[in-house]
Design a protein around this ligand. Structure first.
Ligand code: HT9
Ligand code: FE2
Length: 370
């Protein structure tokens, strides 16, 4: 069936980013409103954006993903409109949903650009849906917004990550000759989050960190045995006050320790990011690369999935999966062997997941139906 019924329209929902220097400070104010991030950290992050001409790479990457998704929908004969809306910058979710709602669309399905469970990567998007729904309701427009499941263990994302890793290892091999367990490490990198956010992510799912570990086990199992050097999960982009604990080790700290232990080369695999947005462009390609240079480490940063075919097809599969669930059809929800698909309402990513300090309205409020 070449339809997404009962869904009238699809949304690519992302973070948003500034396009010009004068947008950087207002953007950061939007991001951090009420989130207690110290002024020094904001100035530091502002400098990262100014260093790139005040333009975040994220918008162009989302436009490319939008075009790739449209292409895949068209290939499948799915005519459902697809729009793009952000949390923190123009085009804003509410404005984009309003346009289609005025044309009569009521049921929306969102593709969020984050793979794992946590407040920042799942629940906060559902808070955004609730705000949009409320705002439009006040204007006399009734809409609902559902979302696809977190996709870290969907075969499409995993296949794309595996392909990127394969290519990255080839690049590394061209620098070092032979990949060697005694000298080389594979460091999977993701966004650090506060420990309390990690804990909240474990209430109804296996949680943020364990989800990364599942994907890592899978990816390591797929690389040639000769390349299977020790690997670990490290973090970047820590924010917040220094006295608040966040997930560690930081990628730079860990590279420093490894160099002291005699490691001479690292392959960084940014599985926490679907495209090369600012955390990748600055925290990895600028800062971590400099650390590697100072330490004399051979260094390869593996590609993010971006618009990789397998990833794009996987996202459209997830759209079709969710639409079928909403039609009440029994559907196959594929997941990596030994892992569980986070089907909304099945006990994962439910109303109870990833609660923060402050309780805000979310939508949808899936019931836990085990
Ligand atoms: C888990 C996670 C993802 C991945 C999931 C997803 O993709 O959604 C993500 C994505 C992103 N984060 C981004 C940017 C920022 N994140 C910040 C702050 C924070 N992120 C956090 C977590 C995450 N963030 C957290 C716990 C905070 C602390 C404040 C809070 O508790 O909310 C700040 C404030 C300054 C600072 O503190 O660094 C900025 C500017 C951009 C845009 C980049 C670009 O422009 O290319 C993207 C894609
Ligand atoms: Fe962030």
């Amino acid at each position: 069936m070449n339809t997404t019924a009962p869904i009238d329209a699809l949304i690519l929902m992302s973070f948003g980013g500034p396009e010009a220097p004068e947008e950087v400070v207002p953007f950061l104010r939007n991001v951090t409103a009420g989130r207690g991030i110290p002024e020094e950290r904001l100035e530091e992050v502002g400098e990262h954006y100014f260093g790139f001409g005040g333009k975040s790479p994220i918008n162009d990457q989302n436009k490319a993903l939008l075009a790739a998704l449209r292409g895949e929908l068209d290939r499948r004969g799915i005519e459902t409109p697809l729009i793009w809306g952000n949390r923190n910058w123009d085009p804003y979710l509410t404005d984009e949903v309003r346009k289609l709602a005025q044309d009569g669309a009521t049921q929306f399905l969102s593709i969020d650009t984050s793979a794992y469970s946590s407040y920042s990567s799942c629940r906060q998007y559902r808070e955004d849906f609730a705000k949009t729904i409320d705002t439009l309701q006040d204007e006399g427009l009734t809409v609902s917004i559902d979302k696809i499941r977190q996709f870290y263990n969907h075969p499409g994302y995993a296949d794309a990550c595996a392909d990127c890793l394969h290519q990255g290892l080839a690049d590394f091999r061209s620098k070092v000759g032979r990949i060697d367990s005694a000298k080389h490490r594979i460091l999977f990198v993701t966004h650090s989050i506060p420990n309390v956010m990690q804990d909240a992510s474990e209430v109804t799912t296996n949680g943020y960190r364990a989800q990364h570990e599942e994907l890592i086990d899978h990816l390591m199992g797929r690389i040639d045995e000769a390349d299977r050097v020790p690997s670990e999960l490290v973090y970047c982009s820590r924010s917040g006050s220094p006295e608040v604990p966040w997930l560690e080790p930081d990628v730079n700290d860990r590279m420093t320790e490894l160099a002291e232990e005699g490691v001479t080369g690292v392959v960084l695999v940014p599985i926490g990011f679907i495209s090369d947005h600012m955390e990748v462009a600055f925290d990895l390609d600028t800062e971590a690369k400099e650390t590697a240079e100072e330490l004399g480490l051979d260094f390869t940063r593996v590609d993010t999935v971006g618009t990789h075919d397998a990833f794009v097809r996987g996202l459209v599969d997830l759209v079709e999966e969710r639409a079928a669930q909403l039609r009440g059809e029994g559907v196959d929800a594929p997941a990596l062997p030994g892992t569980k698909a986070l089907v909304p309402g099945s006990g994962a990513c439910s109303i109870d997941c990833c609660r923060g300090r402050i309780e805000r309205a979310t939508y949808p409020n899936w019931a836990i139906a085990n």
